[in-house]
Design a protein around this ligand. Structure first.
Ligand SMILES: *[C@@H]1O[C@H](CO)[C@@H](O)[C@H](O)[C@H]1NC(C)=O
Ligand SMILES: *[C@@H]1O[C@H](CO)[C@@H](O)[C@H](O)[C@H]1NC(C)=O
Ligand SMILES: *[C@@H]1O[C@H](CO)[C@@H](O)[C@H](O)[C@H]1NC(C)=O
Ligand SMILES: *[C@@H]1O[C@H](CO)[C@@H](O)[C@H](O)[C@H]1NC(C)=O
Ligand SMILES: *[C@@H]1O[C@H](CO)[C@@H](O)[C@H](O)[C@H]1NC(C)=O
Length: 381
């Protein structure tokens, strides 16, 4: 802000000198100078108002932005599916087309749409885990165009390579982009950061179940050496110290363990107009098994292979996190409640530093908010 101010003053001074140097009538010069000074003043006031509003909203938001509020509202109103951010009609249409009657009689032949064997990697980091030997892998599903979200993560929790002496790795998974130019940019980004995975399904909200299963497949086939993994959305805050403390606790199982924000006794939505509608043909039971909210769940790394295997027997439906829940049920694995359930928070409310110091993960409103809050939490107290 001070820099801006000085720059403005210098600029207007330069105009004054230019004006005085020019052989024009002195009165015209004065008018012009006055005009410039007035403009500068107006600009400064606007800039100061803007900057102060911006930083207050960003670092100390009253409500962690409208976006989060909207999410929470949808979440409670429409039976609690937080990560639903788009329209799913197309997925259902595609799904029912692919599930022709003859195929549905043999699920293992059908391997339905979500099974990762239907897809292959276009961008891959097959040696990353053998080089890095991570204890924990953070897998972030993200849309190809969300470069800002990836960069915010890269400069915050994605840049923590070692926590309490344990190696941590962050990778992003995207699907296919819309065009050649976007693909080229993505490949450049991949060369620069070496943290992008890309699979050959069309990247859309409708295909999030596929995305999650491809994440599981990558962990099972490229990273079996890791002890734990987390599927975490790109708009999340993570406190890695607290997450690591949880994972290193002697009470935390090393196998068949999955935890996060528990979704219990949730009804399947049968209202065709709803975003979260699931057809009875895809999921016949009225309730979902207990599952973990898709925003961020943590699991022992023996699970990805088991979930991929189980998914051959569980027909795909378009609610990504509930689908993982259905696979867990098929495996007979019960999700665990975290030791402190308040550490997996959907909504934090008004920004308070002490809350972000206590939590493991929570939803944020924007990439800028992640950077601002990160800086504020990391500053020495
Ligand atoms: C969802 O998609 C359907 C069909 O493409 C469209 O009619 C409907 O308006 C969409 N709903 C929203 C909320 O975008
Ligand atoms: C289903 O597919 C599996 C794997 O391809 C095959 O071994 C099995 O014979 C098939 N079952 C039927 C009933 O077609
Ligand atoms: C990651 O952290 C290192 C130092 O710990 C720093 O030099 C680097 O600039 C950071 N990377 C990003 C993308 O912020
Ligand atoms: C993914 O979603 C899009 C529409 O959003 C659809 O056209 C496509 O067929 C879906 N499936 C795959 C495997 O790409
Ligand atoms: C589950 O939800 C139904 C309503 O959908 C309610 O009647 C029932 O008591 C709930 N069960 C438990 C165990 O909370």
């Amino acid at each position: 802000m001070h820099a801006d101010h000085n720059m403005e003053v210098k600029l207007s001074n330069r105009n004054v000198w230019k004006c005085l140097g020019a052989d024009r009538a002195p009165c015209r010069c004065h008018i012009k100078t006055g005009f410039f000074l007035l403009l500068t003043l107006v600009f400064l006031v606007t800039a100061i108002t803007y900057v102060s509003e911006f930083s207050f909203n960003a670092v100390f938001p009253d409500t962690l932005s409208k976006k989060v509020l909207n999410q929470i509202r949808s979440y409670y109103v429409a039976t609690e599916y937080l990560s639903a951010r788009e329209n799913q009609t197309t997925f259902l249409a595609t799904n029912s087309v692919k599930q022709s009657p003859t195929q549905t009689t043999n699920l293992s032949v059908n391997h339905h749409v979500a099974h990762p064997s239907n897809y292959h990697f276009i961008l891959d980091e097959p040696d990353k885990c053998s080089q890095w030997d991570p204890f924990l892998v953070l897998m972030v599903p993200v849309a190809p165009h969300q470069l800002e979200a990836r960069n915010a993560i890269r400069s915050t929790w994605g840049n923590e390579s070692s926590v309490q002496g344990k190696a941590v790795l962050t990778l992003f998974l995207v699907g296919l982009t819309g065009g050649a130019e976007a693909q080229q940019k993505l490949e450049e980004e991949s060369r620069q950061h070496r943290d992008l995975l890309q699979s050959n399904f069309v990247d859309s909200y409708f295909n999030l179940t596929i995305k999650t299963m491809v994440i599981m497949d990558w962990l099972a086939t490229r990273c079996p050496q890791a002890a734990y993994a987390m599927k975490v959305d790109s708009d999340m805050y993570i406190n890695l110290e607290n997450l690591m403390t949880l994972l290193l606790s002697p009470n935390t199982p090393r196998q068949n363990y999955i935890t996060g924000y528990l979704m219990r006794n949730r009804s399947v939505i049968r209202n065709k107009k709803s975003k979260w509608y699931v057809a009875e043909e895809l999921y016949p039971e009225p309730k979902y098994p207990t599952y973990l909210l898709g925003m961020g769940y943590v699991f022992s790394n023996d699970l990805p292979e088991k979930i991929v295997e189980a998914s051959k027997e569980v027909k795909a439906f378009n609610i990504e996190d509930a689908y993982v829940g259905a696979c867990l049920k098929q495996l007979g694995i019960v999700p665990s409640s975290p030791p402190d359930p308040s550490q997996f928070k959907a909504y934090m409310g008004k920004y308070k530093r002490e809350n972000f110091i206590r939590v493991i993960t929570t939803i944020l409103g924007s990439p800028q908010q992640l950077k601002d809050i990160w800086k504020d939490v990391k500053k020495p107290s």
